[in-house]
Design a protein around this ligand. Sequence first.
Ligand SMILES: O=C(O)CCC(=O)C(=O)O
Ligand SMILES: [Fe+2]
Length: 314
Amino acid sequence: MLKTLNKKRASEKLRSIQKRAIKRGLSLEFLRQYNNICNLDQTNKRTKKSIVLAIISIFVLLVLSSAWVKSFLAIRCLVPTNYLVWEVTRPLADCAYCENLTKPIILYNVTRQEFAHYFYSSKPIIVKNAINYWRATKEFSFELFKRLYQHTDGSYDSLEDGCQFLNFKTDLFTLKEVFDMPEARARYEPGQDPWYVGWGNCHPDILAKVRQYYDIPNFLPEDAEFPATENIFFGYEIGAVMHLDYISRLMWQGQVKGSKIWSVAPVPECDHICNKFQFHVQAGDVVLLDTRIWYHATTIPNREFSLTVQSEYG
Ligand SMILES: O=C(O)CCC(=O)C(=O)O
Ligand SMILES: [Fe+2]
């Protein structure tokens, strides 16, 4: 109480000195400084207020950005603009998965029993000639998917309700645009721009129809978890840019048409004992890759059309 009274008196005294100073014509700059002294207590309060405001703003920003990061990471396949986010949030890898590896493991005609040794392996594996029996290898085409999507009610809605469409570096931004492109471009005739896209095939009627053309590879563990849908990747030349995936399981991909060149690289913490390398997957092969810890990029060689069915297991 006494302290407040003293402060008040001191402040009044200072103000009267200030008034006298104004009458005697002191400079504005000087008066400003003088005024600061009079309002010292208020300035302190203002500083405290700003600090509290700054802390609240930082907290709100952190909450918002963590929600944003989560929604970003929920994306199945990450493109380079957001792999940095994944890169800083993913757990460090045990480099045994890539140590001294310079090529994928290649297996021929494996049964589930023979494949048991590789169940859930994070080493890249190619199973040769594993899907030649799929009807898809003869019948899947751009036109078949175009017909399915153009003649099924609500076919494109599923892509707006969480099933992802990836255009990689292609200037076609929806699956509808892909199926509406001119035929010459769809066939990548000379002089046309290449295109390459992927999407989650989630429409229940379309999914039921396309599943008549393929099965989940029969050598994969019987008790593995599989997602409810598969993804289709098709197109020419471009492929996927180098990225890691934010997914919860291992990836399998059946090369239905054409071939694909995969470039893979270990995560940076394993650079000292692991190598990057490339491999070629041919029509009829299945590639298995832990895309969460192998950076991967793809290209389609020879101006050929590539079509793959891809999903996860784990
Ligand atoms: O098949 C491709 O071109 C890319 C596939 C991919 O990124 C993946 O399977 O995670
Ligand atoms: Fe990927």
